[in-house]
Design a protein around this ligand. Structure first.
Ligand code: HPA
Length: 283
C-alpha cells in the first residue's frame, strides 16, 4: 500500500537532513535552461533519484539534482530541474518536492520558468514578475491538492488571493530598480504541454488576461501556498507566442534553450541581489 503523504514527506526530508546541517530559508526552483544557477550554491548536492519517494526529472536540461547550501549569504534549497505534467507525472507527483522543501523549513519559495510572451510588448530575454496566474487545468479539475488532504501539510481549502505575495513583489521591484533591471509584470497562463499552443489558444489566453504562457510553476505555487510558504515567481521570456495563422514562425525547444542561455546571467544577478531580501532576517 502507498504510504500516506505526510509519512513519505517525512522520509524524504529525513534523508536530506541526514546529508546537510543547513536549514533552508528559501526554496528555489530553477526552470528550463536556468538550472546552472544552482552550481553557485555552496553546500551539498543530492540526485533526486537517491531521495526516497522523489520523482525523477526527465525533461531535457533538467538535471534532477537538489542543492542545499548558501547562495548570496542565504540558506537555500534549490531544485536544479523540476517535474512537469507533460512528463506523465500526476499533479500530486509534480508538487511533492515543493512539499519536501517546505518540510525542510523553507518559508519562502522563489520559482523561475521559461515562458512564451503573449503580450505584444514582451520581448525575448525579458524578466517578468508573475503577479497572478490562470490555470485552465485547475479550472478543469486537475488541482494538485485534489484527493485526501493531509493536515500535517496544510489546510483543505487554500486561498489563492495574493498567492504571488504583494510584499515580496514590492521587494523584487525595489531590487530591480536599484540594479537597473527592466522588470516587467504579468499574468501567467498555465498549459500542460508538451505541445505548444495553437494560435487560437494563444488568442484565447490573451483574451482571458494572460501575458505569458508556460508549462510549469502553477502546481508548485499552489502546493507552496498550501504548505504555508510565501511565493515569488519570475517568468523569463524565451520566445514570442504565435497568435496569427499568417505568422510562419515555428515555436520550438531550441529557441527556448538559446534564449535561456542569454537570460541566465541576468537572472543570476537578479536572484543574487534579491535573495538577501527574502531570507529570514530580511526587511
Ligand atoms: N508555451 C508554453 N511553454 C513555454 C513556451 C511557450 O511558448 N516557451 C517556453 N515555455
Amino acid at each position: 500500500m502507498v504510504k500516506a503523504l505526510g509519512q513519505r514527506l517525512d522520509e524524504a526530508a529525513a534523508f536530506v537532513r541526514g546529508r546537510t546541517s543547513h536549514v533552508p530559508e528559501v526554496a528555489l526552483v530553477l526552470g528550463s535552461g536556468l538550472g546552472d544557477l544552482a552550481d553557485a550554491i555552496n553546500g551539498t548536492a543530492i540526485a533526486y533519484s537517491a531521495i526516497p519517494h522523489f520523482p525523477d526529472s526527465t525533461a531535457p536540461s533538467h538535471k534532477g539534482v537538489l542543492h542545499i547550501g548558501e547562495l548570496a549569504g542565504v540558506s537555500v534549497v534549490a531544485m536544479q530541474g523540476r517535474m512537469h505534467l507533460y512528463e506523465g507525472y500526476s499533479p500530486q507527483d509534480v508538487v511533492f518536492p515543493m512539499q519536501v522543501m517546505a518540510r525542510l523549513g523553507a518559508k519562502t519559495a522563489l520559482l523561475t520558468n521559461a515562458a512564451g510572451g503573449i503580450r505584444e510588448d514582451l520581448s525575448v530575454t525579458d524578466l517578468v514578475l508573475i503577479e497572478d496566474h490562470l490555470s485552465l487545468a485547475n479550472l478543469a479539475g486537475n488541482d494538485p491538492l485534489r484527493g485526501p488532504n493531509d493536515e500535517s501539510v496544510g489546510e483543505r481549502f487554500v486561498s489563492m488571493n495574493n498567492a504571488y505575495d504583494r510584499n515580496l513583489r514590492a521587494k523584487a521591484q525595489a531590487v530591480a530598480a536599484k540594479t537597473g533591471l527592466d522588470l516587467q509584470s504579468g499574468v501567467y497562463g498555465f498549459v500542460t504541454g508538451p505541445s505548444f499552443e495553437t494560435p487560437a489558444e494563444i488568442r484565447a489566453l490573451r483574451t482571458l488576461g494572460c501575458d505569458l504562457v508556460g508549462m510549469s510553476t502553477v502546481p508548485e505555487v499552489i502546493a507552496a501556498r498550501h504548505s504555508g510558504m510565501e511565493v515569488l515567481a519570475i517568468g523569463t521570456i524565451t520566445n514570442k507566442a504565435v497568435s496569427s495563422l499568417d505568422d510562419d514562425h515555428i515555436t520550438n525547444a531550441e529557441e527556448v534553450w538559446e534564449a535561456a542561455d542569454l537570460i541566465r546571467p541576468k537572472l543570476a544577478e537578479f536572484v543574487n541581489a534579491l535573495l538577501p531580501r527574502l531570507g529570514g532576517g530580511a526587511k
